[in-house]
Structure formats: C-alpha cells, structure tokens
Design a protein around this ligand. Structure first.
Ligand SMILES: [Zn+2]
Length: 345
C-alpha cells in the first residue's frame, strides 16, 4: 500500500488522478511482493491524459519514483466544405460532410447576427474551412477550430475569419475587421434544428407586430435556449399566456424575454448572473401556444421592440496595425480555402 501511495503522489506532480475517465488507458508494471501483505509492487506506471502527453513514473529504489512527462506534437490540417441550403443549414452542412462539432461552432459564430429562422432562405449557401488534428503517426485525434466561414444569404457574402489579436484575444471578425460578437444574439437558441422560415407550411412563422411583440423560433421541445447577452435574471416563473418565462436584464437599457419554455435550467433563479450563450431553459409549449417554440422578445426601456429591425450594437473593431495584421490573416485564409479540394480523404 505504501508503494501505491507513493506512486500516486509521484504521478500527481503532472496529473490529477481524479481527472481519470472511464476508458482511459493506464499501463502498470507490477512485481509480486515475496513477503508481507499480498500487495504487488508498482514498478512503472504510464498514463496518457490526452493525445498530447504521456506521464511515466518508474520506481528507482525501494522508496522513490522518478516521474517524467513527454509531450507529443499534433499536426493541424485544414479541410473545407460548402453547399447549398434546401431546408436548413444543419441538413445542408451534414450532407456536405461537415462534422457535427464544426457545424455547431459555425452556427454559434453566426448566432449573434443571423436569425436562423427568418434570415436563411432556400438557395442560400455556406462555406467553411476547419481544422482536424492528427497525431505524429497520422492518426485522427480530434476536430480543431472553424477558421473561416461564409454564409451567402440572398447572394451577399457574410464571411467571418478566426483571428487572434496581439493581446491574445481570439475571436471571429468580418472582412472589415469588425467582431462577430454582439451585445445580444439574434438567435438565442441552438440554431442547429431551425429550418428556413421561407415556405414553411405547418407552423407559420410569425413576424413582429403590435400584438405579437416578439419573434418565434419553431424548434423541437427540449432545444436549449441561451441567454442572448450577459446579464441578470429579473423574472422567472409562470407568466400567464407566456407560460414558463424568463426575463434577463442587460445593462440599464435592454432586457430580453423567453417564453413557453418546457422547463428552466437548474440553478436559474431571480438575481442570478448569466453569461451570454449560457443555457437558461428549454423550448416547450407552455402558456398560450400551439406547438413547441421559443417566443423571444427584446425590450428597450421596458417596451418590446422589433428584434428584426434592431441594429445590434456592434462589438470590437480592429484598427491600425491590428487591422493590417488581421488583413494578412484574412488573405491567407481565403487563399487556403481556394487552394483546397472539397474531396478530402
Ligand atoms: Zn410568439
């Protein structure tokens, strides 16, 4: 037992044993103890916490272990995909071979500015350039980042480029160096399953009008609903025709409201702070509702305003030398996208 304790202690220099996951491989070399209790003696132990590293402990005498950490290089390779949207970006992207984690990221970076239900039409197109990570021996390890995306909506390009500023902030910027991140999200819901509002028959998509005062996103029951911006919860609970309802205050002017939820995310309570993009509840059909959907309102000085018309206050804009650096990254990404073949192996 003494020996095992020491082994774990030695290991903990580089590795927290509590982080061990089911299925994780650990190699042990043991020698049977000839006298004393029936324990085996650990001679060597090898742990691979990730594809990037391997930690080895080896017994050097009766008392001590030597611990060493080896790190492995991982190669990033770029892949591209593109396609035309018939029903939803989700369906088109999956058909074109975009891996799910990449698609989720692509949807996320466009959720600040694109209304995935009303803003996407049949015939709109998408382009994406993304990374896959491979180990030194060429084995696929995991997906990396979306480095370039473009939603071509009604013929207009909306490119976004991943860029790391000289201060180390990583974000997505458009071709003018404007951050994709906005104070409020136009699609505060997991946009993956949202189909184009154009030509949809079963659930007519309501726009904004005096009686309706919000926009609806038809989505399957249980679809996660996000806080459109960072702020604090000011209302939560049953609210008449709204059903299960949440209202979030963002600064002094704006509030957003979310209605007909099936349930609230545990931990969401009045007064709690939420961060932009955090799950606050799930799509449902509570209150006066004919089918599962999110009813989303933006309030300015306590009055509902038309989210479809709101010019979202824009985020950071790169300037000067930073903009010049960004432009060279942008040009490189465009060139890489053009040079690549879509028929990747
Ligand atoms: Zn509504």
């Amino acid at each position: 037992m003494e020996n095992a304790h020491k082994a774990v202690k030695a290991l903990s220099k580089f590795y927290d044993p509590r982080r061990t996951k089911p299925g994780q491989e650990i190699t042990l070399v043991l020698t049977p103890q000839t006298s004393g209790p029936n324990n085996n003696i650990i001679q060597r132990m090898v742990v691979r916490p990730s594809i990037y590293s391997e930690i080895t402990i080896a017994l050097i005498d009766d008392q001590r272990f030597r611990v060493s950490k080896q790190t492995f290089a991982v190669k990033r390779r770029l892949f591209k995909a593109n396609g035309s949207i018939k029903t939803s970006l989700y369906e088109a992207a999956i058909k074109s071979g975009v891996p799910k984690p990449i698609l989720m990221e692509l949807i996320r970076i466009y959720s600040w500015d694109v209304d995935f239900q009303r803003g996407i039409r049949v015939g709109d197109k998408f382009e994406v350039l993304f990374e896959k990570l491979f180990t030194e021996n060429g084995k696929f390890a995991r997906f990396g980042n979306v480095v370039y995306g473009n939603l071509i909506l009604r013929g207009g390009n909306n490119p976004l480029y991943r860029y790391r500023t000289s201060k180390g902030i990583i974000g997505y910027f458009d071709n003018k160096g404007k951050s994709a991140r906005k104070a409020l999200m136009r699609t505060p819901i997991n946009g993956a399953r949202l189909s184009s509002g154009f030509g949809k028959r079963r659930h007519p998509i309501l726009g904004y009008n005096k009686l309706h005062r919000g926009v609806d996103f038809s989505a399957p029951r249980g679809t996660p609903v996000y806080a459109a911006g960072s702020g604090s919860i000011v209302k939560k609970g049953r609210n008449g025709a709204y059903g299960n309802y949440i209202r979030v205050r963002h600064g002094s002017k704006f509030e957003t409201a979310y209605a007909h939820l099936s349930r609230f995310k545990p931990g969401i309570r009045i007064g709690a702070r939420v961060r932009q993009g955090a799950i606050i509840g799930y799509v449902g059909s509570t209150g006066r509702s004919t089918g599962p959907h999110l009813h989303y309102e933006i309030l300015k000085n306590n009055t509902q305003i038309n989210p479809l018309r709101l010019k979202m206050p824009s985020g950071k804009r790169l300037a000067g030398n930073e903009l010049a650096l960004f432009s060279s990254v942008q040009a490189k990404l465009e060139q890489q996208y053009t040079a690549l073949d879509t028929n990747h192996k």
